[in-house]
Design a protein around this ligand. Structure first.
Ligand code: PLP
Length: 387
């Protein structure tokens, strides 16, 4: 649960007069859904990421669901995903009747490890879904090689990665299609919302049919679809927010660098690893605190600084946990298990002031100092250990 009493919050979405004016314009137009704002937002988001097509959805999760259906993935198929992600990456695979297969991650970026992906490919593998953790793209060259050799498509869960770049090119077209989310914890928001980008006109067509009841003409339904439409009010907000994206990313880059400067030499804490050839979005600022994470988290909350574990590993959720053999996960996902015990995300939203950045760093320094000074310096077993 978010700690609403915290002095410094993890997220602080900012919607102002421009967004209010855009919504007002839509309300007065009388077109509240299925209209020009959705067309424009999808296309403008696609243009920003150098993709041919952008199809809007009411949530990021429905966008993921549609993306998998548009690829023809269904029962009997396997999709390789990371476990250090929001649960929707894996549940969307279940929603289409397929099976998520968890692969291990790089210990510094928390993104899929191509070698672990390669080891999990079977004749049933129909896609690899990479997540750009914290908005920092993973080893997309390595994943493209593994996927190419196996003949399976790469898909991007780019939920946190609006505006991210890999070797100078925006994410969103490295896979056959890519999903972005606009919930309030993301860098730009429409309250709820998502978009799928693709360069394939047939995929774009299928996505539009899935979004709107498979309807090709008024009350003429060619295929099974859903109501996954984003409202015109939300799309109008999204267009304004998209215009603010680059400013938000620049500000977050400054905040993240300021935090790292203050925390880099702190013993017991590892600051987020920045890959030189990519541009991340600092959707999260995730440190590693092996052995002291839980005490540092509790101490920070006491000090009024909101911090959180983003994300408790999906393969340990009751929904997915294997009850037949507990030791298998640890053997198969050793890096994920280590990272899960040590990771902690600090506030990094774009509205933090310079004074608040200093306050966060001071609170972390104090908490880490207290945790490492205590004689019995290991955390109690976390819920993940108590199975
Ligand atoms: C936010 C998020 C999603 C889901 O998006 P919603 O818009 O909340 O449905 C999926 N994957 C990742 C990695 C996310 O961060």
């Amino acid at each position: 649960m978010p700690d609403s009493n915290a002095r410094i919050r993890l997220a602080s979405p900012h919607l102002g007069e421009e967004e209010a004016a855009a919504v007002g314009r839509v309300l007065r137009s009388g077109v509240l859904t299925n209209g020009p704002e959705n067309e424009a937002f999808g296309q403008e988001f696609a243009d920003r990421h150098q993709a041919a097509f952008g199809v809007t959805f009411c949530t990021g999760t429905s966008a993921l669901h549609a993306m998998l259906l548009a690829e023809g993935i269904g029962p009997g198929d396997e999709v390789i995903v990371p476990s250090v992600t929001f649960v929707a990456t894996a549940t969307s695979v279940c929603h289409v009747g397929a099976t998520p297969v968890f692969a291990d991650i790089d210990p510094r970026t928390f993104n899929l490890d191509p070698a672990s992906v390669a080891a999990r490919i079977t004749p049933a593998t129909r896609a690899v879904m990479t997540v750009h953790y914290a908005g920092q793209p993973g080893d997309l060259d390595g994943l493209a090689r593994v996927c190419g050799a196996a003949g399976v498509p790469l898909l991007e869960d780019a939920a946190q990665a609006a505006g991210a770049e890999y070797r100078g090119r925006p994410v969103g077209t490295f896979g056959r299609s890519a999903m972005f989310s606009f919930t309030p914890a993301k860098n730009i928001t429409t309250g709820e919302g998502g978009v799928v980008l693709t360069n394939d006109p047939d995929v774009a067509e299928r996505l539009k049919l899935l979004r709107n009841h498979g309807q090709t003409g008024l009350y003429h339904h060619e295929s099974l679809g859903y109501n996954w439409r984003l409202t015109e009010m939300q799309a109008a907000i999204g267009r304004v927010q998209l215009g603010k994206l680059d400013g938000i990313l620049r500000r977050k880059q400054w905040i993240a660098e300021a935090l790292t400067q203050r925390l880099a030499s702190l013993p017991g804490l590892t600051t987020p690893h920045q890959v030189p050839s990519v541009r991340g979005t600092w959707a999260l600022y995730t440190c590693l605190l092996p052995g002291i994470r839980d005490r540092v988290l509790a101490d920070l909350l006491d000090q009024g600084v909101e911090a959180r574990i983003y994300f408790p590993p999906v393969h340990r959720q009751p929904l997915f946990a294997r009850r037949d053999d507990d030791t298998r996960d640890a053997a198969e996902l050793p890096v994920t298990e280590d990272v899960a015990q040590a990771m902690l995300s600090l506030p990094v939203h774009h509205r933090l002031t310079e004074a608040e950045v200093a306050e966060i760093a001071d609170a972390v320094t104090l908490a880490v100092g207290r945790a490492t000074a205590s004689p019995n310096a290991t955390d109690q077993p976390t819920p993940a250990d108590v199975r």
